[in-house]
Ligand binder design. Structure first.
Ligand code: C2O
Ligand code: CU
Ligand code: CU
Length: 451
């Protein structure tokens, strides 16, 4: 699908999809049975999309990472009721980047995303200089939507957060990539670009290849990094995206992940045991599990065999001098209601209230946001903009290593440089929230206007 020209229709519908061998599961999707298609849009265009809601509850389509006005953002104030149609017109004006879209109904985001209301979105910039990166979609430029799911004995996908799995976030023991369990991709024996979205509700991945091979991060949430960054392990929190380039002239391999240990104080003891029950089967020492595998397709010659030292077309961050500082304390609460999974979560002591505007921003003014986490690491997300991470736990963060972000994993404290250049009024404000969807649904979210 491409925006700009005609008006493709995105239909959300309840469906049955075969995910586990021999069993069908109830799913929902945008225009298909499960998840949504990869949508590409060009900078400079107005993308027009229609969403007709054919399921029995309101849904939204939030354009995560997009720099658009609050009225276009698709947040919790923009529900599409059953039988209703949303006609979206999005003015695309931001650097090329890998984004995503998902439903964002207040207190229903976790379940709706889990059963399939999510997809990847790629913004291209036709006027940007050529970065020299692989760019043949599906051949050497491959989208990977990584999610974890629980299946019951009958092969039904199951979403039942309660007690600790609600409090620490809901994790699954099966890893899906683009809706398939541990798939295999055939790639040319050269440089291959992987656009990876962590579309999981709560799981943090610690990716690496089975043979320990080095790879290069070339982009983060908001677009290209100034230059490729070499690494052999990469942490990706919920809702974060990265683009990496891997050299497959070194042969076939598997993409693995280390287990997620983000369970705060609940990591040990009985609750830790329950959480570990949601861990995928290990394939290597240290508990590493398989995400997917790669085979070499020798019938194709690789289009790219070397990587440029700097990435042409990388965005230059333009922020003003920060004029104020705001503090965001993410609170998990510690009451007994919380332990039973019935409590609420908050930011600065306030649990999300659709009728309350928590912060008011001035259009185009840069600010420093100081975010502090409680009990465990939280992926903090801001709508309507991309920010720069200035520091983590008091240590300065180098822009070249993180680029522009819209989600940052806060483990302790982080300082962000935030400037929003799009408007949002009190009827359709922007959100800031933890992207562990169970935390978001329990109220670790707030709203802001921009005027
Ligand atoms: Cu991914 Cu408030 O969103
Ligand atoms: Cu968002
Ligand atoms: Cu959280």
């Amino acid at each position: 699908l491409r925006g700009g020209g005609g008006a493709p229709t995105l239909d959300a519908m309840a469906a049955r999809t075969k995910i586990l061998e021999g069993a069908e599961s109830v799913t929902v999707g945008y225009g298909q049975g499960f998840l949504g298609p990869v949508i590409r849009m060009n900078r400079g265009e107005t993308a027009r999309l229609n969403l007709g809601n054919r399921i029995k509850e309101p849904v939204t389509v939030h354009w995560h990472g997009m720099h658009i006005d609050g009225a276009q953002d698709g947040g919790p104030h923009s529900p599409v009721d059953t039988g209703g149609v949303l006609e979206a017109a999005l003015d695309i004006d931001q650097p090329a980047a890998t984004l995503w879209y998902h439903s964002h109904i207040h207190q229903r985001t976790g379940i709706q995303v889990y059963y399939g209301l999510a997809g990847m979105l790629i913004i291209d910039d036709p006027d940007a200089p050529d970065s020299g990166l692989p760019q043949t979609y599906g051949v050497d430029d491959i989208p990977l939507v990584v999610q974890d799911r629980v299946f019951d004995r009958g092969g039904q996908m199951l979403y039942a957060p309660q007690g600790p799995t609600r409090m620490m976030g809901y994790r699954g023991s099966e890893i899906l990539v683009n809706g398939a369990i541990r798939p295999k991709a055939s790639v040319p024996a050269g440089m291959v670009r992987l656009r990876i979205l962590n579309g999981s509700n709560a799981r943090i991945y610690h990716f690496g290849f089975e043979d320990g091979r080095r790879f290069y991060q070339v982009a983060s949430d908001g677009g290209l990094l100034p230059m490729p960054v070499a690494m052999n392990a990469l942490t990706l929190a919920p809702a974060e995206r990265v683009e990496i380039v891997v050299d497959f002239s070194a042969g076939a391999t598997r993409l693995l992940s280390a287990p997620d240990s983000n369970m705060g104080m609940m990591g040990g003891g009985m609750m830790g045991g329950m959480m570990r029950g949601a861990s995928p089967k290990a394939v290597a020492d240290g508990g590493l599990f398989e995400v997917m595998s790669f085979a070499i397709d020798n019938s194709r010659t690789a289009a790219v065999t070397t990587l440029a030292k700097t990435l042409a077309g990388a965005p230059t961050p333009v922020f003003g001098e920060p004029v104020r500082r705001r503090r965001f304390a993410l609170n998990m609460g510690m009451g007994m209601g919380m332990m039973r999974g019935g409590g609420s979560m908050a930011i600065n002591g306030d649990s999300m209230d659709m009728a309350v505007i928590n912060q008011e921003l001035r259009l185009g003014e840069a600010e420093i946001w100081e975010v502090s986490a409680d009990m465990m690491a939280h992926p903090f997300h801001v709508h309507g903009t991309s920010f720069q991470v200035l520091s983590r736990n008091g240590r300065k963060v180098d822009y070249a290593s993180t680029g522009l972000k819209d989600v940052v994993l806060v483990d302790g404290t982080a300082e962000l440089l935030v400037q929003v250049n799009r408007k949002a009024d009190a009827n359709q404000p922007f959100m800031f929230h933890c992207h562990i969807l169970e935390h978001e649904d329990l109220g670790m979210m707030g709203q802001f206007t921009v005027a």
